[in-house]
Design a protein around this ligand. Structure first.
Ligand code: TPP
Ligand code: MG
Length: 375
């Protein structure tokens, strides 16, 4: 467990037997990694131009993300962290909606019905107990689907991490905890995050297994996750996988100092382990892809992203009243105001206005309380 397992060396040569992954799947995984990388660059640029708000780049983590998302089946559930653009897109989340979300338009997180994904939870690690809850539901429903949830190395210091893993262990849940250990939590180095030798070993305390895998080696990530997925599907309980990877970009586009804390040596060391370059070398060596294919993937993905950006720019902003639409599932029926929009206006005013110092005469209080009905 001390050494991260890997399959492809940084020079693209394979360690061990050929993977039992068919060439079409390998090409699809490559395309998803490139899609993640291109989207990341575009979203970062749009954020700099203030067309998007803050964005959390995933450059460098595409091997881990495509490795853990690819073995899932359509009826499984993905509960992501905020830095999972590559995984979300591969999972089928629409480009346009991801742009909307990072553009501050909450409609972006109301995903398609047939994409089993919970919305992004920005409060660190809070998605983990949600995911454990979802896995309880899967157990109750006696479904064969499983849940995969992700967090960062920093997230493992949260109480939510402990609660979710403890719960998953006790109830033997069909869940996989994918920890994207990218060596930093904003400005805090992994060494200061925990005194544990590995993050994977933390699983032992909760009564299940943890695996440490080279997160920049997409084939190793795929194989390890597939193993965990199949076990969970057979009712063999949870697993923790530590993906040992690196955040090549800044923590967010709202600040650029986080990367200034990294030494040039550290950056260039990890640059050499770029998961896309590494996978590409392997695929080229094996003749699974060639230069024209690479070119056509790049241009078709770039065109797809440009189409999504055009659609994003032409979308009408949501009406300001929208923020109240999803506040309550339905009217409780206990208030006296019959119809929106007067309904929400009154409710909101009642909840935000400070109490008045002077009391109005009784006759006027009666007419206010009755609201529109009195008119
Ligand atoms: C509960 C909570 N506390 C603090 C923050 C601020 N914050 C955002 S990201 C982050 C670091 C998370 O690091 P890690 O889990 O390693 O994920 P990474 O960003 O490196 O992918 C912090 C402290 C937050 N979003 N939520
Ligand atoms: Mg981190």
């Amino acid at each position: 467990m001390d050494m991260a397992q890997y399959r492809i060396s940084p020079d693209g040569t394979l360690n061990g037997d050929e993977p039992s992954i068919d060439p079409d799947t390998l090409r699809r995984m490559y395309e998803w990694m490139v899609l993640g990388r291109y989207f990341d660059q575009k979203a970062s640029n749009l954020s700099t131009l203030r067309e998007l708000g803050t964005y959390t780049p995933c450059r460098g983590q595409e091997g881990a993300q495509i490795g853990f998302i690819s073995p899932l089946q359509k009826n499984d559930w993905f509960v992501p962290m905020y830095r999972d653009s590559a995984a979300m897109l591969a999972w089928g989340y629409p480009l346009l909606q991801l742009l909307q979300y990072w553009g501050g338009d909450e409609r972006g997180m109301r995903g398609p019905e047939d994409v089993n994904m919970l919305p992004i939870a920005v409060p660190v690690a809070t998605q983990l107990p949600h995911a454990a809850g979802l896995a309880v539901a899967k157990n109750f429903q006696k479904e064969s689907s499983i849940v995969l949830t992700s967090t960062g190395d920093g997230g493992t210091s949260k109480g939510d991490f402990h609660e979710a893993l403890n719960f998953a262990g006790v109830f033997h849940l069909p869940i996989i905890f994918a920890v994207e250990n990218n060596q930093w939590a904003i400005s805090l180095k992994r060494q200061r995050q925990t005194a544990s030798k590995t993050i994977a070993q933390k699983a032992t305390a909760y009564g299940f297994d943890g695996i440490l895998v080279d997160g920049n080696d997409v084939i190793a990530c795929y194989e390890v996750t597939k193993y965990a997925v199949e076990r969970a599907r057979r009712g063999m309980g949870p697993m923790l996988i530590e993906f040992y990877t690196y955040r090549m970009g800044p923590h967010t586009t709202a600040e650029l100092v986080s990367n200034k804390l990294k030494s040039p040596e550290e950056l260039s060391e990890w640059e050499k382990k770029d998961p896309i370059v590494r996978f590409e070398k392997y695929l080229l060596n094996k003749g699974i892809i060639d230069a024209p294919y690479k070119q056509s993937v790049a241009s078709s993905i770039a065109a797809k992203i440009e189409d999504a950006v055009r659609a994003f720019r032409s979308i009408h902003p949501p009406p300001p009243t929208d923020m109240f639409q999803y506040m309550y599932d339905a009217c409780s029926g206990t208030c006296m105001i019959p119809q929106p929009p007067s309904c929400w206006r009154r409710c909101v005013r009642a909840s935000v206005e400070p109490p008045r110092k002077t009391r109005a005469p009784a006759s006027s209080r009666r007419s206010q309380a009755a609201g529109p009905r009195s008119t």
